[in-house]
Design a protein around this ligand. Structure first.
Ligand SMILES: [Zn+2]
Length: 124
């Protein structure tokens, strides 16, 4: 079977509750029914952390940070400052979506959160 068959649609994400399908990342982020509510950091592998979204159907949709990191346009710092003097502890608090201005390796993921948070929503 040919893989470019028109009936085989690409899927960016499917809601585990209502089974709504978003074909692309843009259609997901632009969906007015999608709202970012949290970030669950994975300190071993930052790209394995989870971005948490509310869907209007009432469920939480989680997507790995790796699917968004190309949205980063900030420098990525080498050092991990988590829990050091400069660390504000934001990455430990799941519903904290504020940017972090420490020169910490984890900070760029929080910059990506800002891009996701301010993504223009499609008109309904
Ligand atoms: Zn849903």
């Amino acid at each position: 079977m040919k893989s470019d068959h028109p009936l085989i649609k690409s899927v960016f994400k499917k809601c585990t509750n209502c089974e709504h399908i978003w074909d692309t990342r843009n259609s997901f982020l632009a969906d007015p029914g999608i709202k970012i509510i949290g970030y669950q950091a994975d300190f071993r592998e930052l790209t394995e952390g989870l971005f948490l979204f509310n869907h209007t159907c009432g469920t939480t949709v989680s997507i790995k940070a790796q699917f968004f990191i190309d949205l980063n346009d900030r420098p990525i710092f080498q050092d991990r400052l988590t829990d050091g003097e400069e660390c504000l502890g934001y990455c430990h608090i799941r519903n904290n979506l504020l940017p972090c201005h420490s020169k910490c390796e984890c900070a760029y993921v929080r910059e990506v959160l800002q891009v996701v948070k301010s993504w223009p929503k499609a008109k309904v």
